[in-house]
Design a protein around this ligand. Sequence first.
Ligand SMILES: Cc1ncc(COP(=O)(O)O)c(C=O)c1O
Length: 402
Amino acid sequence: MKMNMETQWSMDTKIIHVNQRPDIKTRAISHSIVPAVAYAFPNVESAAEVVSGKVDGTYYGRYGNPTLQMLEMKIAALEGGEAALGLSSGMAAISTAFLAFLKTGDHVVVTKDVYGGTFNFLTSLAPRFGFDFDFVDCTKVDAIKDSIKPNTRAVYIETPSNPKLTVLDICEIGRLCKTYNLPLIVDNTFMSPYLQNPLALGADVVVHSATKYINGHGDVVAGFIVGKKDVIQFMRKKIMGDLGQNLNAWESSLILRGLKTLALRVGRHCDNGQAVADFLNVHPAIERVYYPGLKDHPQHELAKKQMKGMGGIVSFEVKGGLDAGKKFINALQLAMISFSLGDPETLVQHPATMTHASIPHHEREKYGITDGLIRLSVGLEDAVDIINDLEQALAELPTHIR
Ligand SMILES: Cc1ncc(COP(=O)(O)O)c(C=O)c1O
C-alpha cells in the first residue's frame, strides 16, 4: 500500500496544500467562494442532524460558510488543533474565548503585557459581564501561581507581547495550568502558526488576529480560535452564533489567498526584523531596542527554544522622550504611520499618542509604555531601504542625542 505523504509534509507545504484539494466537480485548484446564506436539505431529518451538530455541514451563514470551512480546517491543521473557528476580527476571537470560559463570579489571570484592545475589553466590558481579572507579570510563574484564586477559570497570555515583545514560557505556564486544571489561552498573533504552535507547547486554546500576518495584505479584519472540537463547537453555536461575529465568504477567500504565501512572507519579515533590530541596537540616538532576536533581550534563549523565528515587530525607544519620538516618526519617508501590523508595508506607530493614548500616563509607564517607545512593523521591502529610512529620520533628531 502507498504511504500517505501528507503526514510527512513540512509546514511550508502544508500552508499551501493541507485540507485544500481541487474542487471535485470543477477540478478548480483555487478555492470557490460560496456566499450563500441558506442551504437546502433533502428532508427535515437531515436538516435536524446538521443543526444539532451530529453531522458536519453548513446550514445558515451566521454559523459559517463552505469557503470559511475550508479556511478553518487549514488553520486548525497549521496550529495542530482539532478544530478552528473563524470570526470577524481578532477582538471577536479574543472576547469569544473569554466568554466561553468565564461567567459571572469567575476570575481570569491575564499577562500584564497585553494588547490594548484586550486590556480595554477586560477593563470596560468584563465588569459588565460580572467576571474579574488580574494583570500579572507572567514572566514569573510564581506570580501566576500566587494570583490563582478558587474562582479562577482560565489563564490568558500573549507571546511575544504587543508592543514590548515580552516572551512568555508557554511550556512552563502550560504545566502550571494543568496542575490547577485551568485552560491556557494564548494570543499567537505576532508569530502566526508558521513561527509558533502554542498547542504543541501545552496551551489549550490559540487566538489570532488574522488581520495581521495570516492574511498579510492589510485588506481584511478577521480572527481565529483553535482548540478542541467540543470547545470550538460551543463557541460557534453558543457565542459567535448568538453575538453574530461571523466571517463572510469573500473575506475568507482573501485570507485563503493571503495564507498561501505565509511561509515566504514571514521568513522575509523575520530577516528584515533582525536586520532593523541589529541596526537600531548600536545607533547612538536609540535608548533601547525590544526584539527577541537580540542577544541582550531578556528572553532571547527562551525565544530561540519556543519560536521558529523572531518575527517582524521591533519596538524601541529613541533618546529624548516624547518630542524626539514624534519628531523621528514624522521624519520617516518609507515607513507609514499606521495602527496595524504584519502588512507588506513597513508601518510605524507611537503607542503613547496612538494605540495606548487612552491609558493615563502613570498607568502606561507601569506597563512599560514609555513616551519614547516606538513600534515598527517591519515590512517586506528591501531591508536596506527600510534602514536608510530609519537612518535619515534619526539624523533629524537634535545633535546632543545622537
Ligand atoms: C496581539 C494582538 N491581538 C489581537 C489584536 C486584535 O485584532 P483585530 O484588530 O483583528 O481585532 C491585535 C491588533 O492589533 C493584536 O496586535
